[in-house]
Each structure stands twice: as structure tokens, then as C-alpha cells.
Design a protein around this ligand. Structure first.
Ligand SMILES: [Fe+2]
Ligand SMILES: [Fe+2]
Length: 186
């Protein structure tokens, strides 16, 4: 059953929020590492797909301001996520930084859900939202799975480097453990 873009975005937000609860409940470093790897992957995919396909539409309908502010918020999250990506869960400071990063992500995603997406739904037809939802799911398959705060903020420039980086990211992921999220992922 195809879902519209807003439903897909909210589903990503819900899954990521839920992963924090799973992390908090999990026991032992091996289990926690698999959950942390999944959080890093899911936030990275979500952020990249929004930056490449959704924020350009925000810019088109509402001007540069909202999209630029959103990109800056992603950048802060990605910088912290990159630090986490280079650490192990058992290292000092990992859990505190993970909690801080996810809190920032949740504040950002709530702003999208409460302020930005309702305005977007008024501008875009239901038919178009369904097409965008399908595209978002496709984009998830080729998006980087690790954070890249060093990428250009301009979407066309980011797109040029994102897909190549995604292939390298997936190589790294081959030796990592993840947990099932229910999100379509190949
Ligand atoms: Fe976002
Ligand atoms: Fe989002």
C-alpha cells in the first residue's frame, strides 16, 4: 500500500524515536552497539533523503529560510553522529552524546511535524504527495548510511557526492550488526 510523503517522514521519525527507547532498554555492549549502529544508519538515511529531495521542495514553496534552518539543524546532528560513528558504545561519553544527539533530532523532527509538514500539505496535492512518498522510499535505498557533515549544503552539490559515499558506507555496514526496524531496507 503506497504511502504519502508526510506519512513516510513521520514513520522515519517514529522509528528513530523508538530506537532510543530500545537502546535504553538493551543490555550489554554488543546489543547496545547493534542498536546504536541502527540509529546512526537510520538518522543518516533520513537526513540525506530530506536534504536531497524534501528540502528543495520547501525552498520552492516557502523560500530559502525554512530549508536553510533545517539544513543547519541536520548539520549539528550529523557532526555529533559522526563522532558517535567513530566510537564504541562502551567508551566514556558515548551514551551522553547519543542522548544529546537524539534529543536534538527529536526537537527538529517535532518542528517538522507540527510546523512545516502541515503547511507543506496545504501546498501540495494528495496525488503529488503519494508520488513523493514512493520516491522517498526509493531514495532511502541509495542514500548514505553514515553521517557526512563535510558534504556541501547545496542539494545539487550534495547529490553529486552522496551516492558514491553511499556505496562506501554500505561496505562498512557489511561488518556491522543492526537490529530490525520494520523499515524497508536493501
Ligand atoms: Fe529534517
Ligand atoms: Fe525529518
Amino acid at each position: 500500500m503506497p504511502r504519502d510523503l508526510v506519512t513516510e517522514l513521520k514513520e522515519d521519525h517514529r522509528v528513530i524515536k523508538n530506537l532510543w527507547e530500545v537502546f535504553s532498554r538493551s543490555r550489554g555492549n554488543e546489543e547496545k552497539q547493534a542498536v546504536a549502529n541502527t540509529i546512526i544508519r537510520e538518522v543518516s538515511i533520513h537526513a540525506a533523503c530530506e536534504e536531497l529531495s524534501v528540502y528543495p521542495l520547501l525552498e520552492k514553496h516557502f523560500g530559502k529560510h525554512i530549508a536553510e534552518e533545517s539544513r543547519q539543524e541536520h548539520l549539528e546532528v550529523k557532526k555529533e553522529l559522526k563522532t558517535l560513528d567513530s566510537m564504541k558504545v562502551g567508551e566514556a561519553g558515548f551514551i551522553t552524546l547519543l542522548e544529546k544527539t537524539l534529543k536534538e533530532f527529536i526537537v527538529h523532527s517535532e518542528k517538522e511535524e507540527l510546523e512545516i509538514l502541515p503547511k507543506f500539505q496545504e501546498k501540495v496535492t494528495e496525488d503529488e504527495l503519494l508520488k513523493l512518498g514512493k520516491k522517498f522510499v526509493e531514495d532511502r535505498q541509495t542514500a548514505p548510511t553514515h553521517p557526512h557533515p563535510e558534504f556541501p549544503l547545496e542539494p545539487e552539490e550534495e547529490a553529486k557526492v552522496a551516492h558514491r559515499a553511499a556505496r562506501k558506507d554500505k561496505k562498512i555496514d557489511e561488518s556491522r550488526m543492526f537490529i530490525e526496524t520494520g523499515r524497508i531496507y536493501v
